[in-house]
Ligand binder design. Structure first.
Ligand code: DGJ
Length: 724
């Protein structure tokens, strides 16, 4: 029974294969959290939530059934004695912001309800069970429903909340998080992913101080700078063992992850829309639905946690025909040509790449309007016939005649002041009247909360997709939001725009995919500035970083793998010296690193030497050989990237095959001798490609010892197959 309720104890137990989550309804109707961790049978765990009532400074609820300041709760409220971070704050019509919700009823049912207009994980009635708990604030008439869905196969729980105004007056939501999770005293550390452009998702692990620690974005997108992911681990948790609690918000806008460690060492984590610059007015009868947050618990360390996220996202978040289909191996012209191309140059790149085995040509920025540089043209989504003579249909046809697919770049949410669109509709971008508009990459941001703007964008894309055979779209987004105001909303609703922007984006993505269900979308935001599960719902692969240097990619792809599956991590072989770092790395290493992702090329292949072209053919053969193993296998991060090395292993689900990749970043005389496999069956016998045959236990404990022969920037792979 994935979700059980004990009538006698008024206690809920939510179970996944290896985890359990307990909470109960106390005498006063408060939802009190008891336990989250390794699986336990249903039993009376209510004692675990008992916390001392300290003093008059820790007020008790008027009915004396709880001390809000110390009680672990399912959804913390503001203004009624809980001084820690609160998930919910509602300003009611009389102007105060005290909120207090109590249990009313609950429902348990198979399946998982979809969120309205927002991406989320999904599951059939066989795969998922949902608990809905209805609570109510009798004073304000706010009804809050908490949703918990457990997955039959994965150690994951998806959560979100809705707030409905059942009163006769308006109310204003000021904070409405998706998830509140309480964990008891321990040696807690916080893991999260920070970064910047070309340096996305750098892994950081830090001891948690007392007080509040926050990881947030208020840029209008999930951002390069912080990712809506955090893990809480114990001091002794490693990659392979120990408690790891991972949390990820399925949202592409302003997010907030707050963790408070109170005076007693107990933790509360909140995850949801960032309350800064947020508000939502609820008229009588209206509801607000939060984005979804996913939590994963693993007793097998960070590695176990990551593998659960990977499987869940591959199977129950990504959707459409491409979620598990083999993706076309692509070449993108961006680093090969930037804006300097015409149809012949693109055709020649496609032709040459096709001869080497590449399956799709992606035409990047610069094919439309007056887009000969990044200062003009965004918004004018019609082909520039001076550059693409004969237009897109002809170019696409010629590329298809080569036996290849054709992909196209768009940046729908943006507008250059130097564009016909801006000249016609200067009111369509986000702006504050009389305030000069900040500019980023010479562009402004369209007001995606407006239906007329979305209709225009859809029509432009639709016209092109109707007339040109296009299998793939790269959806870019190259600046963050400023002067966030819309001409169409009344002043008291301007605080809703950040969220309405994101909802507008989802609506447009959904509309496009509904009209063109076979389209493969690749997300992008100046590299990986919007790499989040919400975008993965629409685009099963995301351009991971504009930094294509293989050595830099080690840390970027490592951090990304904490939460996101390999199949989503778009990764290309580019030219050397690398355009971002000027570093030269062997083509082999560039290929080995790019293989740990959704593989492709991004260079002018017509400029490659014959020797390099031969090597590319070999890489493409390897890409096909290892595709299933890499995309659907389990990832084990053997050596996290450091100044001298990095290694990882993919193991097939049935443990009959494995691939280890080792990269020597900088050779050290006093370096390790061997690198070990992980995740094999110790009892099974495996052979490498040179005929060495050993039991899995030997490959995992003795390892392979060719590490000493490496040089700076070189790499090797060892492929094992089971000997029956
Ligand atoms: C940023 C992307 O990350 C690049 O790959 C490229 O598409 C450029 N934008 C084009 O302007």
């Amino acid at each position: 029974m994935p979700i059980q309720y004990s009538e006698e104890l008024r206690l809920f137990r939510l179970a996944t294969p290896n985890t359990a989550y307990f909470f109960h309804v106390n005498e006063g109707g408060f939802l009190v959290h008891d336990y989250y961790g390794k699986t336990l049978p249903i039993c009376d765990l209510r004692y675990l939530s008992a916390r001392a009532h300290k003093a008059s400074f820790s007020p008790q609820s008027a009915d004396l059934t709880t001390t809000p300041e110390t009680a672990p709760v399912e959804y913390s409220c503001n203004g009624t004695g809980d001084y820690r971070i609160s998930a919910l704050q509602i300003r009611e019509v009389r102007g105060n912001a005290s909120t207090d919700i109590r249990y009313v009823s609950h429902k348990i049912y198979p399946g998982k309800p979809a969120l309205k207009g927002q991406p989320a994980t999904y599951g059939t009635e066989d795969e998922t069970t949902t608990l809905e708990v209805l609570t109510r604030d009798d004073v304000t008439g706010a009804e809050v429903t908490l949703y918990y869905t457990v997955f039959e196969q994965y150690d994951a729980i998806a959560r979100h909340a809705t707030v409905t105004n059942t009163s006769d007056y308006e109310m204003n939501l000021e904070r409405v998080y998706s998830l509140c999770c309480e964990l008891p005293f321990g040696d807690w550390e916080l893991c999260h992913l920070y970064g910047s452009w070309a340096k996305e998702r750098q892994f950081e692990r830090k001891e948690l101080p007392h007080g509040i620690t926050a990881v947030e974005s208020k840029r209008g997108s999930s951002s390069h700078h912080h990712n809506p992911f955090a893990a809480l681990v114990k001091k002794n948790t490693t990659e392979d063992a120990g408690d790891a609690y991972g949390f990820n918000l399925v949202y592409s806008g302003n997010f907030s992850i707050q963790v408070e460690q109170d005076y007693d060492g107990d933790l509360r984590l909140l995850m949801g829309i960032n309350p800064t610059d947020f508000g939502w007015k609820l008229e009588p009868g209206e509801s607000f639905e939060t984005p979804e947050a996913v939590s994963v618990y693993s007793a097998e360390g960070l590695g176990g946690m990551s593998r659960t996220f990977h499987k869940l996202y591959r199977n129950n978040l990504c959707r459409g025909p491409w979620k598990n289909a083999k993706r076309p191996l692509l070449i993108n012209n961006w680093e090969g040509t930037y804006f300097n191309f015409n149809e012949e140059k693109i055709y020649n790149i496609a032709k040459q790449a096709g001869e080497l085995g590449v399956e799709m040509l992606v035409l990047d920025d610069g094919w439309f309007g007056a887009r000969n540089h990044d200062k003009a043209g965004l918004g004018d989504w019609f082909v520039n016939e001076e550059k693409i003579k004969g237009g897109l249909p002809l170019l696409s046809q010629r590329i298809h005649d080569l036996g290849m697919k054709f992909g196209l770049w768009f940046e729908p949410e943006m507008i250059n002041p130097d564009s016909d669109l801006y000249r016609a509709h200067p009111d369509w971008c986000l702006q504050v009247e009389n305030r000069p508009l900040s500019i980023g990459r010479t562009q402004y941001v369209l007001d995606m909360s407006r239906k007329d703007v979305r209709d225009y964008l859809f029509d432009c894309m639709d016209k092109i997709l109707k007339t040109t055979q296009i299998e793939y779209i790269k959806w870019d987004f190259n600046r963050n939001l400023t002067e966030v105001a819309s001409f169409l909303l009344e002043p008291c609703r301007q605080k809703e725009i950040f969220h309405r922007y994101v909802l507008g984006l989802y609506e447009l993505l959904d509309r496009l995919l509904t009209a063109y269900p076979d389209l493969l979308l690749e997300g992008c935001s100046g590299g990986g500035g919007r790499f989040d599960p919400a975008m993965l719902y629409y685009s099963p692969q995301i351009w991971t970083s504009d930094d294509t240097d293989a050595m830099e990619r080690l840390t970027i792809q490592y951090g990304t793998s904490l939460c996101y599956p390999t199949s989503s991590i778009s990764s290309h072989v580019s030219v050397c010296p690398n355009h971002q770092t000027k570093r030269t790395t062997p083509l082999k290493t560039r290929g080995d690193v790019a293989l740990a992702g959704s593989f492709g090329y991004e260079l002018d292949v017509t400029k490659m030497s014959d020797e390099e072209k031969e090597e590319v053919k070999g890489q493409i053969a390897e890409y096909h050989k290892y595709y299933e193993l890499i995309h659907f296998g389990d990832l084990y991060r053997v050596i996290p990237p450091n100044e001298s090395e990095c290694a990882w292993v993919y193991v097939s689900e049935d443990k009959s095959e494995a691939l280890l990749t080792f990269v020597c970043v900088r050779f050290r005389v006093q370096s390790r001798r061997a690198v070990c496999f992980r995740g094999l069956d110790p009892e099974k016998i495996y052979a490498d490609e040179e005929g060495k045959v050993l039991p899995g236990s030997a490959w995992m404990n003795g390892g392979v010892n060719n590490v000493k022969s490496m040089q700076d920037g070189t790499s090797f792979k060892i492929h094992l197959t089971e000997v029956k």
